[in-house]
Ligand binder design. Structure first.
Ligand code: 0A1
Ligand code: ZN
Length: 874
């Protein structure tokens, strides 16, 4: 009997400073598994303090070799191990249990003990608000039982669980419930069987006092699927939107990808403590409650949209993830990039497609471009990792989705569908690779896509410059394109990438398309494209719909952007023209150059007054680029200059366009309980206008915002009003914050908003505020949502976080180190704001570097945080 818990959690001894003994796993070292496990039976004796897990593994040798069986384990107390019924004393190698098996098959049985209530990492089996639940992706199953915990070992699971009936009346696992019964001593049991072989990371179990919102969906072949969303009884009224989203997603996947659900039961469970958004376990999705629970009083329009998106994302994984999984974790984007692309298309189809595209690009620019430009840059298919949890990134997810979008654009809808049909058919039931995916698209469509594979392996955002020359005499226009990719860690030399650019020419005078859109594929470092018969001066409309995830610089004449902001026939490019116009002014003033704000306010005014544009689009278009985005354009970042330049433009817009903003604010057609895209758009425009009105005149803004706050019958308007008030020095600010707290302090998801709003406030005092809030009785460092609401939000409050005295850095550093002791995965995700230290003015850059050094030098640091902080320093 060995206590595996004695093995140190971190590979370095706690007293020594962490060092590179945290070994990296490398993609090129992949080898197929030595042993397979076609069948597994699990028997859980559930108890929050001490749970017994008995596992029976049918083991089969894979190939001709004489290597022992190695089973992964983490924080397990081993009680016993048997091979073919005989008790054995297994060897331990680090955290692995090692067994020499003579034959080609064996039955390996283990019995272990685990402590769910003490599991603060929220990986494996843990307790959340009285519910026992699991999280196994990526390497959490080894915290439940000994197993070859890798995604290319697929097994059929049989699960029996037993628990106290009063505390845990509902017992769920993957697949179908095949039997249940009582034990007579207040305990009861249930047995579940999943007919589909799956990797261990898709295993799930839930036990708790839960109630279901139950419904059904009839699939395209006429099968009735029972649907349940399991929550605490009090939350049942907040599950309607998630259920509607689920049914829409099921119908969409049938229509758009021909994918039908394959079990007779689909369960979703919401829990309050969860490291990420949600998890696609086969037939039993487990969700962060933030992505399930919503009603108009407590959730914003954005929350509702996020619920649709995440419910659809997890459901779509049933095919792109569960039926076809990843061979190894380097292939993570195989399921994540594709599934994000699928959920983006779904959201575009059920809402406003142009606004959704704007939103997706905003996320990409805010989260992925900085990643690609900083010390944590990695390829969509990375080459190595120390801790795989650190690679659930915007690069793997969002850039991975962009890569698939580019291939879909090149193929066109029909051929892309032929490719995905072949992919689902060819690899069903397998653990596949990104190369398999591209090959299936090629074979299904008959189009060579091999050039696009470099997007999987080469990190960094391509920088493209474009210049259009026009000769009125010959009526010829020539487009000159050039691309380059800057070096990223480990990749000093870059090759040109295939870049599909949807391109058109707009007539400067006619304000119409004078050269119809075409798809230009820039494959080499440079290219020249000719347009004939261009009579009037042309405006270049390029990278329409953001057809490639690049940073684009266009050499333009003064006035071009303003004209394009009115004339471009592609909604995304029209948005982009106004944003770029603002950005040029912002960068100029942040660097001390003379900035002419007049063309900007003129273009914003024209956009506000346009009859051709809907409210949602107007709101997105007039929203100023964020401070981090402005900072990304500067060689040396001075956060005060960035802040002042943005505030000056906000003030100018607020003052110059008082009447236009007032009439935008007065737009009607958004009753608080109307969730149609049109009503959501009106609320968005009104609230963007409110913030700009307040920028022009604080007093007027405070009065309007407070009035809106008091009268609001929905959380969108309430939160937006408070969002405006928190950045003002008005008496209404504190009154509203107190009223919000009084009304909602019993609702954890709304309380998260209260913390986040204050952490996002654009005031000098925000650093003091977050310090105070960290000692607030409702602050829970162990709850990922609450920690992210305070510390995560603060890290992206550019001006406040980069407070010149370094107090913002100190606050976040302390928070990371404290959080790391409980939950390394979540702590590591707070590090990226420090990673840009080289780009800041020297004083701040030095303070940021010191923070990273303090983190790396801390005792007992997890490998999660060690990897992110040490790479950020390099
Ligand atoms: N596969 C999930 C994301 C996810 C990854 C890791 C987790 O562990 C804490 C949880 C969830 C998805 O893409 O939805
Ligand atoms: Zn996913």
């Amino acid at each position: 009997m060995a206590d595996v818990r004695a093995t140190p959690e971190v590979l370095t001894p706690p007293e020594a400073p962490p060092s590179p003994t945290h070994v990296a796993t490398r993609r090129e070292d992949y080898r197929p598994p030595d042993w397979l496990v076609p069948e597994i039976s699990l028997d859980f004796d559930l108890d929050p303090q001490r749970t017994r897990v008995r596992a029976s593994l049918e083991i089969v040798r894979n190939g001709d070799h004489d290597r022992p069986l190695r089973l992964d384990g983490d924080e397990l107390t081993l009680i016993s191990a048997r091979v073919d019924g005989r008790e054995v004393e297994p060897g331990l190698d680090g955290k692995q249990l090692v067994l020499d098996l003579p034959g080609s098959r064996a039955m390996v049985e283990t019995e272990v003990e685990i402590a769910p209530a003490a599991n603060t990492k929220l990986m494996g089996l843990y307790a959340s608000g009285g519910i026992l639940c699991t999280q196994c992706e990526a390497e959490g199953f080894r915290r439940i039982t000994f197993f070859p915990d890798r995604p290319d070992v697929l097994s059929r699971y049989r699960v029996r669980m037993e628990a106290d009936k009063d505390r845990f009346p509902i017992l769920l696992s993957n697949g179908n419930n095949i039997a249940a019964g009582e034990e007579g001593d207040g305990r009861h049991w249930a047995q579940w069987e999943d007919p589909f072989p799956k990797p261990s990371y898709l295993f799930a179990l839930v036990a708790g006092d839960l109630k279901a919102n139950s419904d059904s969906f009839t699939t395209m072949s006429g099968r009735k699927v029972a649907l349940n969303i399991w929550v605490r009884e009090a939350d049942l009224p907040k599950t309607a939107h998630a259920m509607e989203s689920l049914k829409l997603a099921m119908a969409w996947d049938e229509k758009v990808y021909g994918r039908e659900y394959d079990l007779d039961l689909f369960n979703i469970v919401a829990v309050a403590d969860f490291n990420m958004g949600a998890m696609e376990n086969k037939g039993l999705n487990i969700f962060n409650s933030a992505y399930v629970l919503a009603d108009q009083e407590t959730a914003t329009d954005a929350d509702f949209d996020n619920i649709s998106r995440v419910v659809a994302h997890e459901y779509f994984h049933n095919w792109s993830g569960d039926r076809i999984t990843c061979r190894d974790w380097f292939q993570l984007s195989l399921k994540e990039g594709f599934t994000v692309f699928r959920d983006q298309s779904f959201s575009a189809d059920i809402g406003s497609a142009p606004v959704k595209r704007i939103d997706d690009v905003r996320v990409l620019r805010a989260a992925q471009f900085p990643e690609d430009a900083g010390p944590l840059a990695h390829a969509v298919r990375p080459d190595s990792y120390i801790e795989i949890s650190n690679f659930y990134t915007a690069t793997v997810y969002n850039k991975g989705a962009e890569l698939i979008r580019m291939m879909a654009t090149v193929l066109g809808a029909e051929k892309f569908r032929a490719g995905t049909d072949l992919y689902f058919d060819r690899h069903d039931g397998e653990a596949a690779t990104c190369d398999d995916f591209v090959k299936a698209l090629e074979d299904g469509s008959g189009v060579d896509l091999s050039a696009f594979k470099i997007w999987y392996s080469q990190a960094g955002t391509p920088k493209v410059s474009a210049r259009l020359q026009h000769d009125p005499q010959t009526r010829a226009a020539t487009l000159h394109l050039e691309q380059r990719v800057d070096p990223t860690p480990g990749q000093p030399d870059k090759a040109p990438m295939p870049i599909p650019l949807r391109t058109a020419l707009i007539g400067e005078d006619s304000c119409a398309e004078i050269a119809a859109e075409q798809l230009v594929l820039l494959e080499k470092a440079q290219a020249t494209i000719e347009f004939a018969n261009v009579a009037e001066p042309p405006l270049l409309s390029i990278n329409r719909g953001f057809s490639a995830p690049i940073v684009l610089t266009v050499d333009r004449r003064p006035g071009e952007l303003e004209r394009l902001a009115q004339c471009d026939t592609d909604p995304f490019s029209r948005y982009e023209a106004l944003q770029e116009l603002m950005m040029c002014a912002l960068v100029a003033s942040a660097t001390g150059a003379a900035a002419d704000l007049e063309p900007v306010t003129r273009a914003v005014g024209a956009t506000l007054r346009s009859d051709a544009l809907d409210a949602a689009f107007k709101a997105e278009a007039i929203l100023l680029p964020s401070e981090p985005l402005i900072a990304d354009r500067l060689d040396v970042v001075d956060p005060d200059a960035v802040h002042e330049s943005r505030e000056a433009l906000r003030r100018a817009i607020g003052n110059e366009l008082r009447d236009d903003l007032a009439s935008a604010y007065g737009t009607s057609g958004a009753p608080g309980h109307d969730l149609s895209p049109a009503a959501k758009g009106v609320r968005r425009l009104r609230n963007v206008a409110l913030a700009l009105i307040a920028a022009g005149d604080e007093r007027v803004g405070a009065t309007l915002a407070h009035r809106q706050f008091m009268a609001a019958d929905n959380m969108t308007d309430r939160q937006a009003a408070l969002g405006t008030l928190v950045s003002l020095d008005a008496p209404e600010r504190d009154q509203a914050l107190a009223a919000f707290y009084d009304r909602f302090h019993d609702d954890p998801l709304v309380l998260d908003k209260w913390f986040a709003l204050q952490a996002a406030a654009q005031r000098r005092e925000t650093v003091d505020e977050v310090q105070r809030l960290a000692h607030h009785p409702d602050f829970r460092i162990g709850n990922p949502n609450r920690l992210r609401a305070l510390a995560g939000t603060f890290g992206y409050n550019h001006w406040a976080f980069h407070s010149p005295d370094g107090r913002g850095y100190r606050f976040l550093t302390d928070m990371i180190l404290d959080a790391d002791k409980l939950n390394p995965q979540v702590a590591a995700r707070l590090i990226p704001p420090f990673g840009r230290w080289r780009r800041f003015e020297p004083k701040r850059g030095e303070l940021m570097r010191e923070s990273l050094e303090r983190i790396v030098g801390a005792r007992g640091l997890s490998k999660d945080v060690y990897e992110q902080a040490s790479k950020s320093l390099a």
